[in-house]
Write a protein that binds this ligand. Sequence first.
Ligand code: BGC
Length: 395
Amino acid sequence: MSDFLFGAATSAHQVEGDNRFSDWWDFEKRVLSRKKIRSGKASNHWELFEEDFKLAKELGHNCFRFSIEWAKIEPQEGQIDFDAINHYKEVLESLKEKNITPIVTLFHFSLPKWFAQKGGFLNKKNLHIFVDYAKFITDELKQYLEYVITINEPVVYSYQSYLQGKWPPQKKKYLLYKKVLRNLAKVHIKTYHVLKNRNPKLKISIAKNNQVFEPARKGSPMDNLLVKYFEYDWNHQFLNRIRKCLDFIGLNYYFYRAVKFTSSLSKKFYQFPYPTCRKTDMDWEVYPKGIYLMTKDLWKKYKLPIIITENGVADSKDKLRESMIKETLQWLFKAKKEGVDIRGYLHWSLIDNFEWDSGFSAEFGLIKVDYENFARSIRPSALVYKDLIKKYSSK
Ligand code: BGC
């Protein structure tokens, strides 16, 4: 039996529900509720985790990535909620019983409100607060932990929160976006050293969203130049900063962009047309070959083991998911065969969940959630994934 990690991923705010002490809860109340978007009980995974893990087991998963919600562990600064810690111990115990390896994320987009009010990761003086929290929580859960992701998608987080103004704290300043990224790199490095010192066996990384950029017009020097710029700026700059503090690379792969330079005098001098026709419910392009290109690229540059920490489609009708998983695994195992050290594939997501500012409209789950009564039902594509897990595990 191979020890390749196969499974799915979630994040606390998106599935657990009742994340009342977080900046997101506050943001939803103030801003998103105008569009009737509130996370509320989310997928009620807080209460139904046992049922969800039984389903994961039934579907052949041997790994599960999830995040621990800092706002639940420390709802007010300095006040620890030990019931919440016990909850996560039960979660980890349940996974252990089922022989499902946990990959634990410490920061997946949502923060305690008190930390956000102090300026979050924008304020350099706050970084040690996260490091202390990371030390505390990983000590508490030490017996269960092998893999830790410090930060989920630092570039996406900073981009949406400090440049696009879509997520809290809704800033729109390039300099702030860059500053938060520098601080996140610092906080990762510090956390890495502190955690490794206490437990050298931990395997630590971040989950990095990388994208395929291609010139819209192959022969255009400006399109090609822009591609180089995006590859550096989006895919590699952050990884380069922290490269000495990574035991593996967590790759979240979703996007394929064709890059076109336009000479219009408006601020937008580039655009992202979609050149093929398979689109998810969120209008994202499905491009399974991208996982091959991305893993080859990461291997060439960093020579570190890779775990796909997220990859999936918003597909409420379950029309695309099956072929997408099939083709993605073909490309992934081709890269593996060609020498890329790939250790796992985690699909986003195990269950339908709260897709941030898009609310519950995007359905990413291998398992469908009925939000009226929280009933779970396995989607047909999840069974195809199960067969593929069997097939690839016996190779
Ligand atoms: C994030 C998830 C999100 C998923 C689909 C990733 O960028 O880590 O939180 O739900 O993509 O958009």
